[in-house]
Design a protein around this ligand. Structure first.
Ligand SMILES: [Zn+2]
Ligand SMILES: [Zn+2]
Length: 277
């Protein structure tokens, strides 16, 4: 073993793990197993086309503005242009066992198995086998779906009449409609019970990374029009001890050095992380 380790250019990217979300869309039914014992619950504000974690009533600058608006307009505060409501969102790791066609070219799993062309890259998938996806994904939805899951956890029992627990049985997620009209229905699948095993080589996602968490001053900057990219790049230029936020960890893993080329890669990665086009 040498004194220094030779590291290939770009190899630091292996530390960077892209968050993968389960694909749920109109007309499909997904088969899942829930992998976490508890859902991760958070409040968020939808600001400039991004979901930003609410830091709580005492710290969050958006909530502070909201309460000022409420004080002066108690009857119609929601109609005020600067009022940005908060919503609850839940996150949980699931094993996506849905049957799909795997596109060899782009890696996409096509859940609509009647398709003969990959909807992502337009390559023919006419001859692809239909197989379970069997990969870990993040399921992220609001209270409507997660209350259904909670109810299942308290009612679904095995042959012995004992509760199976949220990790003990399969669930089918039926999706109908699009956009705000989407209805997702959770149904227990007791043909799939027993301990769930995470496929080899896969791991759970850190759910806390799934929501963008900014400091109060960063929230004010972002709300004022500074791009997320610039917010995170500004973090990177601060002292290393201050780089504690989870996202900054990823940024550092990708940067590896202060060259401007690397910063371009960071910006790309941030866009990719949050699905910014
Ligand atoms: Zn807030
Ligand atoms: Zn494809």
């Amino acid at each position: 073993m040498g004194f220094i380790k030779e590291v290939q250019a770009g190899s630091s990217e292996s530390k960077y793990k892209k968050l993968k979300y389960i694909q749920l869309f109109d007309g499909t039914t997904s088969s899942i197993r829930i992998l976490d014992e508890e859902a991760y619950e958070t409040w968020y504000h939808y600001v400039n086309r991004a979901y930003i974690k609410c830091l709580g009533r005492d710290t969050c600058p958006i909530c502070k503005v909201n309460s000022e608006i409420f004080m002066s307009n108690p009857d119609d505060f929601r109609d005020h242009p600067d009022y940005i409501s908060g919503s609850k969102r839940y996150y949980v790791n699931v094993l996506d066992k849905t049957d799909a066609k795997h596109c060899e070219k782009c890696g996409h799993f096509e859940k609509n198995t009647s398709l003969v062309i990959c909807s992502k890259c337009q390559t023919s998938i006419a001859n692809s086998d239909i197989e379970p996806i069997n990969e870990v994904r993040i399921l992220s939805k609001g209270p409507t779906l997660f209350k259904q899951l909670d109810a299942l956890s308290k009612t679904v029992v095995g042959e012995d009449g004992e509760l199976l627990g949220i990790n003990g049985f399969g669930i089918k997620l039926r999706v109908e409609g699009t956009g705000k009209e989407t209805i997702t229905t959770a149904i227990s699948n007791t043909f799939d019970i027993g301990e769930v095993v995470i496929p080899e080589g896969q791991e759970l996602f850190d759910l806390k990374e799934a929501i963008i968490t900014l400091t109060p001053s960063e929230i004010i900057d972002f709300k004022g029009g500074v791009s997320l990219r610039d917010v995170f790049l500004a973090r990177g230029s601060q002292k290393s001890e201050e780089r504690t936020a989870s996202l900054t960890g990823k940024v550092e893993a990708v940067v590896g050095g202060p060259s401007s080329g690397a910063l371009d890669i960071v910006a790309e990665k941030i866009d990719e992380l949050f699905g910014i086009e």
